[in-house]
Design a protein. Structure first.
Length: 320
């Protein structure tokens, strides 16, 4: 028996009265039906299993308290299996965010889906449970990683769900985040008109609400939509504003991406020294972030610029 279930006399007598089992003697009882017996054993095993998962999760929290990050996924699993929804939701969110940071898209998708399942269950069980902000956040994050994985239809479905849940204005931040992502999705799908529409509305909403945290990325993506539509001036205006904000808040990754986009515009305009300057700065930032896969692409871009500038030796160095 598990802790807290030592006094079993009363439940045993109640079960006998309910015709679940028959007393053979003071110590032995016989189930009246095999299905009842199997159900009782299953319930007992389930309770024992939950208790073991609870103990495992709590032990891990204590043992690895100094750094739980490597164990977010395991902690989420143990608390899920223990039926401890609050703790499970916490670690599923952390595990999903961590998987995104390490480009483990399939794992992130699984974590966010499990998180949403638990949030939906909690809301069904308790109508007063304030799940909407957490559901919106998880839905937008799931849509983002689905887009990264090129699962466009699934991503669009999640974004439309988020925008409907945000109420078109009741939660301005969530609605703007979802709409900006939807605009970015339309860039990937080649519908630049819809991309500009959604990103433009999202940027305006973010400016109005003072959502500085999300504005640079939305501006960067709006700039990309303008650039692909052939409007280099509008693109550079967006990139300039985004870069100023990213530098101001020390966002190295955002600044590196914006610099790379600006380099593309300068390259197209034939301003090779300016393009090179932007690419070199972006390369240094990506080096500081230790992003080998991106650095490989950046070196190829640098080689192309050097080649066009007639710097063949430097081009070969970067191609190598």
């Amino acid at each position: 028996m598990l802790a807290g279930h030592i006094d079993v006399a009363i439940p045993v007598q109640e079960a006998a009265a309910a015709a679940i089992w028959t007393a053979l003697n003071e110590m032995r009882y016989l189930f009246r039906h095999a299905l009842l017996r199997d159900a009782a054993y299953t319930m007992q095993l389930l309770a024992a299993r939950r208790e073991l998962h609870r103990l495992a999760g709590e032990a891990m929290e204590q043992l690895f308290a100094a750094d739980l990050a490597p164990y977010y996924g395991q902690l989420a699993y143990h608390f899920e299996q223990a039926g401890m929804s609050g703790q499970a939701r916490l670690y599923l969110a952390l595990a999903g965010d961590q998987a995104v940071q390490h480009y483990h898209n399939d794992a992130a998708i699984e974590y966010y889906r499990r998180l949403l399942d638990l949030l939906d269950a909690a809301r069904s069980a308790d109508p007063d449970f304030a799940a909407t902000p957490a559901v919106l956040d998880a839905t937008i994050k799931l849509a983002d990683v689905l887009m990264t994985a090129s699962r466009w239809k699934e991503s669009q479905s999640q974004l439309e769900r988020a925008m409907a849940l945000a109420g078109g204005g009741d939660d301005v931040a969530a609605h703007a985040r979802a709409q900006a992502l939807l605009g970015f999705l339309f860039i990937h799908r080649g519908d630049l008109s819809l991309a500009q529409h959604h990103l433009g509305e999202a940027v305006a909403a973010m400016r109005s609400a003072g959502l500085a945290e999300f504005l640079p990325q939305a501006l960067n993506r709006l700039g990309t939509a303008f650039w692909r539509s052939g409007d280099g001036a509008a693109a550079m205006s967006c990139f300039d504003e985004a870069l100023a904000m990213e530098r101001g808040r020390g966002d190295a990754q955002g600044a590196a991406m914006t610099l790379a986009h600006m380099a593309s515009v300068w390259l197209f305009r034939g301003e090779l020294p300016v393009a090179l300057q932007h690419l070199q700065e972006a390369f240094r930032l990506y080096q500081s972030l230790n992003r080998p896969s991106i650095l490989d692409t950046m070196q190829i871009n640098l080689a192309l610029v050097y080649e066009r500038m007639g710097e063949d030796e430097l081009a070969l160095e970067n191609y190598g």
